[in-house]
Design a protein around this ligand. Structure first.
Ligand code: M6R
Length: 607
């Protein structure tokens, strides 16, 4: 989703902005632009498409100046185009603005400003901001911005520069993340730590309803009402090398191959000396023992992990569990019960819908427990309790290693809860943990069969449509497999509970329809086989994910992918791996941009 970067200092401004934008490009974008102030002269450049279009243009020029802002845009209001790309300027081109988020009342504001005779150059919601700032701009830029903010409803992270005060960048946050990077004789701003981490590790996180006036040697933070806020400078301990491809063609492939290490790492963090270790879990044993219901809310792949978690929480910890897609949870007229806990699952910790639900839940006095991967993200900071998923930085838009990390961390949490609630014995818990510890080796085994999956991907890559089916805990696996395929290969794919096929989707089956059937040894294995036969009877092509040693499966499969034998609860972890590879190689065969699929963003910060 949109990215913001800004710099004030003595280094080459366009280079710092371009490096920052490049490091934000994994979030997904369709156009980019920068604005630079040289003393009190404002210049700007915008380009449609990939960043090299902008850097090629800038490479031909000598640009002076020691202050600038940049943006990668992911279209919400108005098509991807140069006119709609940021920065947006006021009517007199004195002020330049970059914006992440959505201004919900922009049409009303635009109409008012048009009545004042102001002309607009774009179809965006953002342009009302630059116009309003120039409208209010009399003596102080800060006052003009403050007056502008009062008019806006919706979410925003803003960075503004102006010819009238060429020694500062002013940034504001309401609902979209914004970070200030502190340097020596220089300062940075960004919507994502990744953009500025090569330059500084000293960061300040702006909170909602705060603005900052950033000068070369000074950062002043205030509330929107003008009160000074003293904020802690945090030192980021990440290793920027993690953001390199390390010899892999794509981040997605690298992240798929990192999964055994990720699982080992989570186990070592959440199980210390054979004991559960949840350092940031602030819920007491009594609260966990008394919980009557969990309400899980998440989006996309994280929602699929939440669906798996429901099965396990109900089966082992014996707690009623609802799972909502965040954008639905928020507007569902829920009835508050007693001792209910809301669980949020999110890789980024910034997904707007999930964050909005977290806030809504807190406002309705629910305790919120979040499983997040990104430390210091909004969800990390705002949840009552956090369990980190320890996947490491995930760059590929298609979530892979964080899905596995969510499945593993929620599994360990479920066992912890079952211990507290006495719903499993110590022996049962130990046996399950011992089995979990074998998972990294099993994933490595599946990865060693990549060549076989590559061939299957090649065989079916020209098909127009795919179905994925599974039962029980592998119904969410089917949803996840289909999401992976469609988001990076643009092939239409749907996940279904296998038993539901005969209620409609069976009509789609013919000899051109590949059906991925997730059929490991499981309680409903026989039923699953009947469903596979139903597909075969209609000439559908079956790609079956089955348990190693099951030779009989060849009878009803066009292609078989084996996964090692594990208990049913752990099969979603193993089944995900071949489906990730299938999606990856299908997309490669079709020449798709795997790491940055069209129209998608890594971190979805608009509702
Ligand atoms: O950062 P989150 O886990 O909150 O993100 C949720 C979804 O946007 C994300 O899982 C998305 O569906 C991915 N593209 C899936 O691969």
């Amino acid at each position: 989703m949109c990215g913001i970067v800004g710099y004030i200092g003595e280094r080459d401004v366009p280079s710092i902005l371009l490096v920052g934008l490049e490091r934000l490009s994994y979030r997904g974008y369709d156009s980019s632009g920068i604005a630079v102030l040289d003393h009190n002269e404002l210049s700007f450049w915008k380009k449609l498409g990939k960043l090299h279009a902008l850097s090629d243009e800038l490479g031909k020029l000598t640009i002076k100046g020691d202050i600038g802002i940049g943006h990668t845009r992911w279209a919400t209001h108005g098509i991807p185009s140069e006119e709609n790309a940021h920065p947006h300027l006021g009517p007199k081109k004195k002020v330049a603005v970059v914006h992440n988020g959505i201004i919900e009342n922009y049409l009303i504001l635009k109409e008012k400003l048009q009545k004042q005779g102001m002309l607009f150059r774009s179809e965006t919601d953002t342009e009302v901001i630059s116009h309003l700032i120039e409208f209010f701009l009399k003596d102080s830029l800060e006052d003009a911005i403050r007056n502008t903010i009062k008019e806006l409803s919706g979410a925003f992270a803003l960075a503004i520069i102006s010819e009238t005060e060429p020694d500062k960048i002013i940034v504001c946050r309401k609902g979209s993340p914004l970070i200030i990077g502190i340097g020596k004789n220089e300062n940075f701003i960004a919507s994502d730590i990744n953009a500025i981490i090569p330059h500084t590790k000293q960061m300040i996180h702006l909170d909602d309803n705060e603005m900052a006036i950033i000068e070369k040697n000074k950062v002043t933070i205030k509330t929107f009402n003008g009160e000074i806020v003293n904020k802690e400078v945090q030192t980021i301990t990440w290793d920027p090398v993690a953001a390199e491809k390390s010899g892999y063609d794509h981040f997605m492939l690298k992240e798929i191959y990192e999964q055994p290490t990720v699982v080992r790492n989570i186990i070592s963090k959440l199980l210390v000396d054979g004991k559960f270790s949840f350092n940031h879990l602030k819920l007491s044993r009594q609260e966990l023992n008394n919980v009557n219901r969990f309400i899980i809310q998440a989006c996309g792949t994280s929602w699929h992990a939440g669906l798996v978690m429901k099965y396990l929480l109900e089966k082992y910890a014996r707690v009623i569990t609802d799972v909502d897609i965040s954008s639905e949870f928020r507007y569902r007229h829920k009835v508050n019960g007693i001792n209910e806990i809301v669980i949020a699952l999110s890789q980024s910790g910034e997904t707007a819908d999930t964050l909005a639900c977290l806030r809504e839940a807190k406002s309705r006095f629910y305790k919120v427990l979040s499983f997040v991967n990104s430390k210091n993200s909004s969800m990390d900071r705002e949840s009552d309790s956090v369990i980190y998923t320890y996947a490491g930085q995930e760059i590929g838009v298609a979530s892979t290693k964080n899905f596995i990390a969510q499945l593993v961390s929620t599994y360990i949490f479920t066992l912890y809860l079952s211990q507290i609630r006495w719903t499993l014995t110590e022996e049962e818990i130990k046996a399950k943990l011992d089995e979990l510890k074998k998972i990294p080796d099993y994933i490595e085994k599946i990865l060693s069969e990549t060549e076989k999956i590559k061939k299957i991907a090649l065989k079916y890559h020209k098909c127009k449509s795919y179905l994925f089916i599974g039962r029980g805990v592998n119904y969410p696996s089917a949803l996840e497999g289909s999401l992976k395929l469609k988001e990076i290969s643009y092939i239409h794919a749907t996940g279904y509970p296998a038993g539901e096929l005969k209620h409609g989707p069976l009509a789609l089956i013919d000899e051109n329809m590949p059906v991925v059937c997730i059929a490991p040894e499981a309680e409903t294995y026989e039923k699953m086989i009947s469903n596979i036969e139903e597909v075969r009877a209609r000439k559908g092509k079956t790609i079956v994910i089955a348990t190693e040693g099951n030779t009989a499966i060849h009878h009803c499969a066009d292609d078989v992918i084996y996964i090692p034998e594990v208990s049913e609860d752990l099969t979603p972890i193993l089944a995900a791996i071949p489906m990730q590879l299938l999606a990856y190689y299908t997309a490669i065969n079709l020449g798709c941009d795997v790491d940055q699929p069209r129209n998608l963003a890594k971190s979805v910060t608009v509702e």
